[in-house]
Design a binder for this molecule. Sequence first.
Ligand SMILES: Cc1cc2nc3c(=O)[nH]c(=O)nc-3n(C[C@H](O)[C@H](O)[C@H](O)COP(=O)(O)OP(=O)(O)OC[C@H]3O[C@@H](n4cnc5c(N)ncnc54)[C@H](O)[C@@H]3O)c2cc1C
Length: 382
Amino acid sequence: MRIRFTAEQQAFREEVRSFVSQNLSDGAEFSDELRGEMGWSPAFSRKLAERGWIALAWPREYGGAGLGFMEQVIFNEEMSYAQAPIGAHRRGVFYVGPILILYGTEEQRRVHLRAITEGMGYYCQGFSEPGAGSDLASLTTRAVRDGDDYLVSGQKIWTADAHRSDYCWLAARTDPAAPKHKGISNFILDMHAPGVTVRPLVNMAGGHSFNEVFFDNVRVPAVNLVGEENRGWYQTAATLDFERSSIAVFAGTKRFLDDFAVVLRGRPRRQRDVFAVADLYTGVLVGQLLSYFIASVQEGGGVPNREASAAKLLSSELRQRASATALEALGPAGAVQAGPGALAGGLYVREYLAGVSATIAGGTSEIQRGVIATRGLGLPRG
Ligand SMILES: Cc1cc2nc3c(=O)[nH]c(=O)nc-3n(C[C@H](O)[C@H](O)[C@H](O)COP(=O)(O)OP(=O)(O)OC[C@H]3O[C@@H](n4cnc5c(N)ncnc54)[C@H](O)[C@@H]3O)c2cc1C
């Protein structure tokens, strides 16, 4: 397979780069904490919306830019390299929107796709529960039909950004008597509805991004059921495929390595650290090629599955190896988290601590290896 960008695609990359440098140039509007793929900045989301750049690969009729998946990858690369804060609209664009386009009603598309493309409807993802993570189909949060509504009760956990989202993209059990994969449905649940309680969970890097969420007889209008009742598992699985391919942002690791290489050049260094960095750059290049391959699968109308798992596995492990390599090469200086002695404001140790969760979020590395083994290599299920 030969990958070459067209002149138009190169020009598009330059356009995105220039937009980012103009809109993120002085950093005054976005603190460090807000930067990056998970960075949450409604102001930046709206700037992208004004430019028509929230949902590049969605069809125009749904408010998208009608561009190709390759343009979407180019865009993601530039955003990720610039550490632009796209977290507020990311789930809407990459996970929820594609499912609504495939399975939503006209009314759901009209209301919810428009909010997403205007940079306003923000989603968290309510899948995992205390007893259902890797084995997501064991989830027990219930949605019981009650007239024109469903009543939702149960608990979700590790729900990233639940404390600042408008909606929850929910997987709940609608038929407890059916085999576990066959009694699940998807809903759009209003996070401001009575009966929703969000409790923060602070991670080991001291950050608050995820939460526990409790639902106590929350009324969800039946018009917010997405797709057929009890057929939600297949949509949930497709959401995870979209999620895995979109979180594989290799350009972010390239940026980390580029910045780290500058620091390394100015210090006494060991040859093994230089080799380790070179090895990481090779991994980033492989990952970028994999991203282009995934875009070509999507361009052909497919949902990337084993490819998405491979990209997620590679990007999360690269991210961890990059920060571990940096900490090892920098010695104690790299481990200072705050104060005058902290290198790059404590970036290296922060990235090391935050990166631990990368091989868990979105499905653990073991689960990705299982998908690659069974669906990619055709090995029997264990
Ligand atoms: C930073 C972060 C953000 C997250 N955000 C969200 C979110 O927004 N919404 C959401 O719903 N969830 C979210 N999650 C939850 C995440 O999806 C789960 O943590 C993940 O799927 C693992 O589930 P678990 O924690 O229950 O671990 P378990 O499933 O209990 O796994 C425990 C261990 O057993 C291994 N294991 C389990 N099953 C198998 C198997 N079949 N084969 C081999 N090994 C296996 C796992 O790999 C792991 O090492 C987030 C998690 C993190 C860390």
